[in-house]
Ligand binder design. Structure first.
Ligand code: PEP
Length: 261
């Protein structure tokens, strides 16, 4: 088995909170200044579609990459209101968040089958997908955390080949922790990250499983990031609220850079 130090990946998901060119400049200019020396962490900022062009222009020459928050799993066609993965790559977007809980449960009732199709289409277009999984509060309270995460893993990830799966990032995002200020404890996060890595090991073998990065998402901030990111199977974070504060988000990136140098 190859034991390696996985590079941390930190994503900032702006959701629908900032999206004009002006807001994008106000967020990214100070952030880029604060993180410009960091080379050992993959940093992704995911603004709404309307801000992608401005964001791609601003990050030129920096280590920061831009991600979209969603895409459609076809290249072209009669899909009114949808965005093709090749439109994203043409802008200079490199990453895409797929299967976020807000898309699974609030805005679009996305299914595992649809998310899997999106993951395949993203990879085919050369985008790196961040594939989100995570249980709701009532599912955790009923003792179904593992079952829910296994079902989402099997439906939206495990149909990938071994080569494909090393190209994705998994984000474990317990729904009850997203935007609520109720972070999973480091122990709770590690339990599910370890469980997901075991699923990867069973399906792909230990060498592949050790290469796949699994981020934690759910009320990560500059106060709790160090403890969460110090867990052995936590390879960084997907950050919502705290990514709207350039200073706090930069601090989270600096914390990650210090842990795995
Ligand atoms: C998210 O948007 O994926 C997220 C984890 O949000 P927050 O950090 O605000 O909980």
């Amino acid at each position: 088995m190859v034991l390696l130090m996985r590079k941390f990946v930190i994503g900032g998901n702006w959701k629908m909170n900032r999206g004009t060119a002006q807001e994008t400049k106000e967020m990214l200019v100070p952030f880029l200044k604060a993180v410009h020396t960091l080379k050992n962490v993959d940093i992704i900022v995911a603004p709404p579609f309307t801000a992608l062009q401005t964001a791609c222009d601003l990050i030129k020459g920096s280590m920061v990459k831009i991600g979209a928050q969603n895409m459609y799993p076809e290249v072209k066609g009669a899909f009114t209101g949808e965005i093709s993965p090749v439109f994203l790559t043409a802008l200079g977007v490199n990453w895409v968040i797929l299967g976020h809980s807000e898309r699974r449960h609030i805005v679009a009732s996305e299914t595992d089958i649809l998310i899997f199709k999106k993951v395949k289409a993203a990879l085919a277009a050369g985008l790196t997908p961040i594939v989100c999984v995570g249980e709701k509060l009532e599912e955790r309270e009923k003792g179904n955390t593992e079952e829910v995460n296994r079902t989402q893993f099997e439906g939206s990830i495990s149909g990938l080949s071994a080569t494909e799966v090393t190209k994705i990032v998994i984000a474990y995002e317990p729904v009850w922790a997203i935007g609520t200020g109720k972070t999973a404890t480091p122990v709770q996060a590690q339990e599910v990250h370890g469980f997901l890595r075991n699923l990867l090991t069973k399906k792909y073998g230990a060498d592949i499983a050790q290469q796949v990065r699994i981020q934690y998402g759910g009320s990560v901030n500059d106060k709790n990031a160090k403890e969460l990111f110090s867990q052995p199977d936590v390879d960084g974070g997907l950050v919502g609220g705290a990514s709207l504060d350039p200073e706090a988000f930069a601090k989270i990136c600096l914390i990650a850079a210090e842990i795995r140098k």
